[in-house]
Design a binder for this molecule. Structure first.
Ligand code: ATP
Ligand code: MG
Length: 462
């Protein structure tokens, strides 16, 4: 979606709105003729969910990214529905649904590959709830004010106050086709502003992930961050260290795999939000090693470019980039203990991942290829013998080679090394064996000339 696109209907709306209601509990209502959201822009599945809930006597609205992105003239990634039906009631209405989450229970309603996320209106944690069951079961905080459970239900206006950003709290009704704005979200969309609902510090303490959401949407939409929303970020950033590692894995993917990784990263650095997620990488960045900075920049730019070109991106590659500087440093330390290069790399990878997993739980299906990508970097330095042909057959050769290119772009290895592998990869089998022979001869000459010195650096074809 182009962040600068403002749909024609949206323009019509701009300036027409009453701004007096911001923060109050009665909504600004934007009637169907004054906004650009129409049913044709909403997925049939989301409309089906809303319709069935309505038919069963429940309130149900489209909310969140779906409304926000349509108003900005874009294509929503997914559709979220908010309702007064409890998760159990929603579950009872849709055969293809399941309740997920403990901290924040929601229902996933599945239609083929599409999943509609249905959330029950959240209520205030301070006021008595409309539910008869004891609140402690539904609401819990730790000493720092972080919400450990957020399953207190309420009404639509309370729900709006519990959402993260004003632009994410717009409700579209398919009964009267109007948009309901309880928190000045329309104004903020118009002014291109990221604003946290309520007191930012309290809201960040309740859920520190909201700080990541602030920078993610600022980067994605190219919006400014409102002053009060921005103010506590740097000071509260360390609270991110308390977030469950499994939740963090998903959040990091959203940050770096949404097509605006470079801008997101720049904002994360500006507000100190990267350090609690990748402490070891940050320590190396703080040493102002230009190679480390360059590698991360190139890696994120490369991810953005691939997404823009519609090419696949894998979390394994992304995490391999973000942690490589750490692995490299640890590898050097293990080598100094006299361990041979490949086992030393395994040890370094193990140590790095063990520490990192405390912050971000990287599933095995990604951490295994990461180790392979790293190991390939070492193997690329040997071009002789049968090894090169075997390497080309490696299932992660392509990812490893792309990684080698990044290292070259960041000035870590010479251009000749990647050029050799590129040529070798593209060459016919006969040419390959010629290349190997050529390299073998060069290596032999090298050995004869300096018999005692063991080369560690990349062997380049002569
Ligand atoms: P997108 O799906 O395009 O990334 P989104 O705004 O729809 O953006 P979701 O993660 O799908 O984001 O969340 C749906 C909605 O739930 C949000 O728009 C917001 O209203 C609310 N929400 C999500 N996360 C939080 C949070 N941590 N605190 C408060 N509200 C949240
Ligand atoms: Mg969404």
């Amino acid at each position: 979606m182009s962040a600068n696109t403002v749909s024609g209907l949206w323009k019509k709306l701009a300036g027409k709105l009453s701004r007096s209601n911001k923060g109050s509990h009665s909504p600004t209502i934007i009637p169907r003729d004054d906004h650009g959201v129409s049913r044709s822009m909403i997925s049939d599945s989301a409309l089906k969910v809303i319709h069935r809930l309505n038919q069963s006597g429940h309130e149900a609205y489209l909310v969140g990214g779906g409304v926000r992105d349509i108003l900005l003239g874009g294509d929503p990634k997914d559709f979220d529905v908010a309702t007064d039906a409890t998760p159990e009631q929603v579950r009872g209405l849709f055969r293809n649904s399941r309740i997920i989450g403990r901290r924040f229970r929601i229902v996933h309603v599945r239609f083929g590959r599409e999943v509609i996320e249905v959330t029950t209106f959240r209520g205030s944690h301070d006021a008595p709830t409309s539910q008869s069951s004891p609140k402690g079961k539904h609401s819990a905080r730790n000493e720092a004010g972080m919400l450990l459970r957020d399953n207190v239900y309420g009404s639509i206006d309370e729900d709006a106050m519990r959402r993260d950003l004003s632009i994410n709290a717009l409700y579209y009704s398919s009964r009267d086709f109007a948009i309901y704005d309880f928190v000045g979200g329309i104004d903020d969309l118009e002014r291109r502003l990221i604003r946290v609902i309520g007191d930012p510090e309290t809201r960040y303490r309740e859920d520190p992930v909201r700080m990541l959401r602030v920078v993610r949407f600022a980067a994605k939409l190219d919006f400014d961050i409102e002053t009060a929303t921005e103010a506590p970020l740097r000071e509260l950033a360390p609270l991110l260290g308390d977030i469950a590692a499994a939740r963090m894995f998903d959040e990091v993917l959203k940050l770096f795999m949404g097509g605006r990784a470079l801008q997101t990263y720049a904002l994360m650095q500006r507000y100190g939000l990267f350090a609690p997620l990748f402490p070891a990488t940050q320590r190396l960045l703080d040493e102002e090693c230009p190679e480390t900075q360059e590698l991360i920049h190139q890696g994120l730019a490369n991810t953005d470019a691939r997404i823009a070109a519609g090419k696949p991106v894998t979390p394994a590659f992304l995490y391999a980039v973000l942690l490589w500087p750490v692995v490299k440093k640890l590898h050097k330390e293990v080598l100094e203990d006299g361990v041979p290069p490949i086992p030393a790399l395994h040890q370094a990878a193990e140590r790095c991942l063990h520490k990192q997993q405390q912050r971000i739980a990287i599933p095995k299906r990604f951490s295994l290829p990461m180790r392979d990508i790293w190991e390939l970097q070492l193997r690329f330095e040997r071009q002789s013998g049968k090894r090169a042909s075997q390497l080309v057959e490696h299932r992660y050769f392509r990812a490893g080679y792309d990684f080698l290119l990044l290292r070259e772009q960041s000035g870590e290895v010479s251009e000749q090394l990647s050029q050799w592998w590129q040529a070798f990869y593209e060459a016919q089998p006969t040419t390959r064996s010629d290349m190997q022979k050529h390299t073998n001869d060069a290596a032999e000459r090298e050995r004869n000339r300096r018999p005692r010195r063991r080369r560690r650096g990349p062997r380049k074809p002569s």
